[in-house]
Design a protein around this ligand. Structure first.
Ligand code: ZN
Length: 436
């Protein structure tokens, strides 16, 4: 063997070994979180003392014991640790504008790349508000799919997103609300989620799923923030609903129904949708039907609060719809609560400025929901609706380390959820405003 010839080979082997040593991943850090209280969402009780051990992106244990030696300890003191919050109804790629028409203009005129940059900012704001998972229910130009992919790849910082792409609705309905002359702005079709007849609606659903929709959103009835349609009438026929639901369910995608009207809700529930969003005019009989079929109500009290507050700033037709829906919504929510309809927290973020999502907890308790039930709606129960309860929604060994800390005892001050002092997402500390 020629030593001269062998030397470069040997050097190469030595160099590769050194490189491998340098790039070998460090074992994941162990972090121990301590706080005075724990609400783990496995039940309705608050426990005294919390020691949560996290390694990598997983929860190793939840208890009250001592920290393992060598771990980094974060002690939040007089705070409550909870599972990362889940918002089942967001629009991360659009934002509230004080001038309604300015908002419409922004949605139409911004390039997709521009929308994505705004969306990344709203996503970060949402995560910092303690919402580590969102179900995003309607966006244009597949910007939501792009944002989700970028967050998953670590390019943008934001909550875990389950997203719908374009909402599916009828021409002229709630999702087709741009009244521009057709020779100036191209009318929307199935590609943008707008369809007439079961075959076109099937095509619309398939198109969203083809490009990566995790779920399907529909406009079962009219809406508040669209100018031309009555708020409560059905906007999809039973045949269209059947086509949409069967197509989505074949792919194991849930169907989320935007719905204010009672007749529209009954059609949607009988077609097999998985949740009714808003639900303003739902009657007791329809709420009973939801309970019997296990259909969730996502009440979006935050949207009701915001559009009532802003009613004077909207065009008159929208203001009238906002007031009518808000007037009915409170009693509907109380009836749903009394009947025990499953409720998941959702806020309609984007209708109001992003980052205020935590107000939903307090708004639900104002109508008689207990603070513990409100917290479950925004953690464990929302996880069930999203189909992610195996991994998220409670603080338990083996689950993903999405953890929020709020000041004090959360059951005595539910509003503490509006300003989390600590947010951990996938084991990474995103916010830490207190403790050592
Ligand atoms: Zn919405």
């Amino acid at each position: 063997m020629n030593l001269v010839a062998a030397t470069p080979v040997l050097l190469a082997i030595v160099a590769t070994a050194a490189q491998a040593q340098e790039t070998a991943p460090a074992p994941p850090e162990t972090i121990v979180l301590r706080a005075a209280y724990l609400f783990d969402s496995t039940g309705t009780t608050l426990k005294d003392g919390a020691t949560i051990v996290v390694r990598g992106d997983r929860i190793v244990s939840v208890g009250t014991g001592a920290a393992p030696p060598g771990a980094r300890v974060i002690d939040l003191g007089e705070a409550t640790l909870l599972p990362g919050f889940i918002d089942a109804h967001t629009h991360l790629t659009s934002q509230f504008e004080k001038d309604y028409y300015r908002g419409v203009y922004n949605r139409i005129m911004r390039f997709p790349a521009e929308q994505a940059l705004y969306g990344a900012q709203y996503a970060r704001r949402t995560l910092e508000a303690g919402f580590t998972t969102v179900r995003n229910v309607g966006a244009e130009d597949f910007v939501d799919i792009g944002l989700r992919n970028a967050i998953n790849a670590g390019v943008a910082e934001g909550p875990r997103m389950l997203t719908a792409a374009h909402g599916i609705g009828s021409p002229g309905g709630h999702f087709d609300d741009y009244a521009f002359p057709p020779d100036r702005v191209k009318p929307w079709g199935p590609t943008e989620g707008i369809c007439s007849g079961p075959e076109a609606c099937r095509e619309a659903v398939r198109y969203q799923m083809k490009w990566g929709a995790d779920l399907i959103k529909i406009a079962a009835s009219g809406g508040v923030l669209s100018e031309s349609d009555p708020v409560d009438v059905p906007q999809l026929t039973p045949e269209e609903l059947a086509a949409i639901v069967s197509e989505a369910h074949k792919w194991n995608r849930k169907v989320v129904a935007h719905c204010h009207g009672d007749a529209a809700a009954r059609l949607a529930i009988n077609a097999g949708v998985d949740s009714i969003e808003h639900g303003s005019f739902l009657t007791e009989d329809t709420l009973k039907l939801m309970k019997s079929k296990g259909v969730y109500l996502v009440p979006t009290r935050m949207a009701v609060y915001w559009v009532s507050k802003m009613a004077d700033t909207y065009p008159p037709k929208i203001a009238a719809k906002a007031r009518a829906a808000a007037a009915a919504h409170g009693d509907m929510f109380k009836t749903a609560l009394r009947l025990g309809v499953p409720i998941a927290l959702g806020t309609d973020a984007g209708v109001y400025p992003h980052g205020m999502n935590g107000m939903e907890f307090g708004l639900m308790t104002e109508l008689g929901m207990s603070p513990a039930a409100a917290l479950l709606a925004g953690t464990r129960d929302a996880a069930k609706l999203l189909g992610v309860e195996g991994d998220l929604g409670t603080l338990q060994a083996g689950k993903t380390a999405d953890i929020v800390g709020v000041q004090g005892n959360v059951l005595s001050d539910i509003h503490a959820t509006e300003h989390p002092v600590f947010v951990m997402h996938l084991g990474h500390v995103v916010v830490q405003k207190t403790g050592s």
